[in-house]
Design a protein around this ligand. Structure first.
Ligand code: GAL
Length: 349
């Protein structure tokens, strides 16, 4: 009897022991329901407790998207996700293939920076058929395109606001941009990729802010610089050679092109804020330096940190809470901020 009791006790202990071992093992591998809890707890941050996230970036060789990508990857890893990031090399066909590969690998969610928003229908069709929660970032499709899939959300900024802020930076100068006092502001516009909504709206709204304030404007030239520093330099160099002192303002759709334009301005012996104004968008570290030194009139913060935080929050709502987004409510915006010599120190690390 004693023996049988001991044997029973032992087998109960063994079963209990096994169960305990299984539970803790399962806990380690599949993670707690709250990944942030798991990271700060006993489970190592390198274990993909939150699942696997596929990230497509339109092209790695883009200054602002490099900052964005670095913050995004760090944030997701910190939260315990396994992160797979691919470079779409500015090639939409390649990006579609990458999305298909992620679908085959059964990633839990996708974060996509589309190459071409005009191709968003195809992207949305792919992720919808695979039923994968998806966050689009940085390049906004139309509300109509997004309404095709309710596990889809866009996180970015309202590009019109950044354009308006650029115009206001010029309006805030002593002569409202009219350096030569001829009653009008003569400018050149260095555009990003004109297919892109940011490029379109920044171009339109920067000038509109001046016109709305009753300032006459004259466009001397507009050229596409595809967000690229070298293109910004070449375009500004050519325009400065052609129009010389007539140019009072150089509007650049982003900072990288503005830094390039600054090189051309300096090479031409011109001086920003004295005989020419220069504005960009993004608040890249290099641009903040130039604003502080007085070599750029100002820039507009394109807040990568806040956009990443929102994108991850929306992804987790889709992934963990099963949230769906109603048509017309699928765009989530983060505010831009004007950066001038007066407040630039607040943005420098
Ligand atoms: C804009 C940014 C640009 C460029 C572009 C790519 O928001 O200001 O610098 O990164 O996105 O689409």
């Amino acid at each position: 009897m004693k023996k049988r009791t001991l044997a029973m006790l032992m087998s109960v202990c063994m079963v209990f022991g096994l169960l305990t071992a299984c539970t803790s093992k399962e806990g380690e591998n599949s993670g707690s329901p709250d990944p942030s809890e798991a990271v700060s707890g006993a489970v190592s941050a390198s274990v993909p407790v939150g699942g696997t996230i596929g990230v497509c970036i339109y092209k790695f060789d883009d200054a602002f998207m490099t900052t964005y990508r670095t913050v995004l990857e760090a944030t997701l890893k910190e939260k315990g996700y396994q992160v797979l990031v691919v470079d779409s090399n500015n090639d939409q066909a390649k990006q579609n293939e990458q999305i298909n590969n992620f679908i085959t690998q059964k990633v839990d969610a996708l974060i996509i920076n589309p190459v071409m928003t005009s191709a968003a229908d195809a992207i949305i069709d792919l992720v919808k058929r695979a039923d994968i929660p998806t966050v689009l970032i940085n390049r906004e499709p139309t509300a109509d395109q997004m309404s095709a899939y309710d596990k889809l959300v866009y996180v970015g900024c309202d590009a019109a606001q950044s354009g308006t802020f650029q115009g206001e930076l010029i309006l805030d100068t002593a002569n409202k941009g009219d350096i030569n006092g001829d009653g009008k502001v003569s400018y050149i516009m260095i555009q990003g990729d004109p297919e892109n909504i940011d490029a379109k709206l920044r171009t339109e709204y920067s000038v509109k802010a001046l016109a709305d304030a009753g300032v006459e404007v004259e466009q001397l030239d507009i050229q596409r610089g595809d967000w690229d520093r070298n293109r910004g330099q070449e375009i500004a160099q050519t325009a400065l050679a052609k129009f010389g002192d007539q140019i009072e303002v150089i509007f650049c759709n982003n900072d990288d092109m503005a830094i390039g334009a600054l090189q051309a301005i300096q090479a031409a012996g011109r001086k920003v804020n004295e005989d020419i104004y220069l504005v960009g968008v993004d608040a890249l570290d290099a641009a903040l330096d130039e604003v502080q030194k007085g070599n750029m009139t100002g820039t507009v913060l394109n807040d990568a940190n806040a956009q990443v935080a929102k994108a991850v929050e929306c992804m987790e709502a889709l992934l963990k809470d099963g949230k769906t987004y109603a048509s017309g409510e699928q765009s989530v915006y983060v505010d831009y901020v004007k950066v001038t010599p007066d407040n630039v120190a607040d943005f420098m690390s």
